[in-house]
Design a protein around this ligand. Structure first.
Ligand code: NDP
Length: 346
């Protein structure tokens, strides 16, 4: 009996799980593409902290890192832990800049406990916002909405802003900022619950459920009778084509993402856009939020201020349990989230 207890105790103090990329997904990611592994809980060396993961962000762009392709960010290696933005608690510190009980955020591994020199992590305060918000509205997705819309889209009062992926983490913030700038805002999302949310919570003027719409060009025309001045594209492909059929002269198209293509093994071809771009003097620009790294403090400050003033509403889908991380990621491609998808680990 005593021996069993000792064995149990030892296991409890050293237990640490990690999630590795086992195979590169073909099409939609599957649970079998990931492997759970029990590893030793590490000890921090001089200058390091021991971190306990609290909230893990799952994001569509991680799908791109699962391909063995050169991109703006390194691909994940097979057999290595997957990484994403995480909020973690310092449980032991041998680093003079951080103490036990501090909360840090940045890129970390899908691992319950890990050590870090914390050079690329930043401290966040739970008194200022719920910790999960630093992964969403006050983190990468909020900043993507802020800089993409305001810097590239340059929305003006009275203009029509169209947003796809409108009920998601980026889209829900884009629409609300559009309203703050005085635009008429039209959203596209994948269910009636989401289109209701767009209108009732985020103040969208009109919303289209693409899952129930055969003719997206006609649906956009109806929802945006004066045409589209700014299109914030999160999904790409046929939705982009339909938006371009409704674009106004001097329209701006912000290519933020193309989630409808991320799991395609063959990329579909579409209509040629160049004549529309020329004839209508369209500005079409892609971007990566990291392009704005120098200005992140400005974005976080403004988003935080709007949140505090109640001018922005935060929406999150929080899934519980470390073991749920891969499924939460897979569920992004089935639209199971509204707002930011986050996994609460502890
Ligand atoms: P979301 O919170 O929007 O989650 C993904 C959503 O995409 C789902 O909820 C689903 O909503 C929709 N979706 C999934 N599959 C499809 C499909 N085949 N066709 C149309 N819609 C689909 O994710 P994020 O807000 O984090 O990201 C949104 C987009 O922004 C992505 O394309 C992402 O890659 C991009 N992005 C780009 C960044 C940059 O720096 N450029 C930074 C961050 C994100 P629904 O139910 O409506 O279908």
């Amino acid at each position: 009996m005593g021996g069993n207890n000792r064995k149990f105790k030892k296991k409890a103090t050293t237990m640490n799980k990690t999630i590795l990329l086992k195979t590169r997904p073909k099409g939609k990611p599957q649970q079998s593409d990931f492997e759970f592994k029990d590893i030793e809980k590490p000890s921090p060396k001089d200058g390091e902290v021991l971190l306990k993961a609290l909230y893990v962000s799952v994001d569509p762009y991680l799908r791109g890192r699962m391909r063995d392709e050169k991109s703006y960010i390194e691909p994940f290696q097979l057999g290595e832990p997957v990484q994403s933005a995480i909020v973690a608690e310092v449980v032991e510190s041998r680093n003079n800049n951080f103490k036990q009980g501090d909360f840090l955020t940045g890129m970390m591994q899908w691992q319950q406990y890990q050590t870090s020199d914390a050079k690329n992590l930043r401290k966040v305060e739970k008194e200022q916002a719920p910790l999960s918000a630093y992964l969403g509205i006050l983190g990468m997705t909020g900043l993507t909405a802020y800089f993409g819309l305001l810097d590239i889209g340059e929305p003006k009062e009275g203009e029509t802003l169209l947003v796809s992926g409108a009920a998601g983490a980026v889209g829900s913030v884009v629409g609300q900022i559009g309203k703050l700038k005085g635009c008429r805002v039209v959203g596209i999302a994948g269910s009636d619950e989401k289109t209701k949310l767009l209108k009732n919570k985020f103040g969208y003027d009109a919303a289209i459920n693409y899952e129930k719409t055969d003719d997206m060009t006609a649906a956009i025309k109806k929802a945006a009778p004066d045409g589209v001045d700014v299109y914030f594209d999160n999904v790409g492909s046929y939705t982009l084509d339909a938006a371009m059929n409704n674009i106004n002269r001097f329209g701006r198209v912000i290519n933020c993402g193309a989630i409808s293509l991320y799991n395609e093994t063959e990329q579909p071809t579409g209509p040629r856009l160049e004549t529309t771009i020329v004839k209508k003097s369209i500005k079409m620009q892609g971007f990566i939020v990291r392009n704005y790294e120098d200005r992140f403090p400005e974005g976080i400050q403004q988003l935080g201020k709007w949140l505090q003033q109640g001018k922005l509403k935060d929406e999150e889908t929080i899934v519980e349990g470390f073991d749920q991380i891969p499924q939460a990621f897979i569920d992004l491609f089935d639209g199971k989230n509204t707002g930011k998808m986050v996994v609460k680990v502890y």
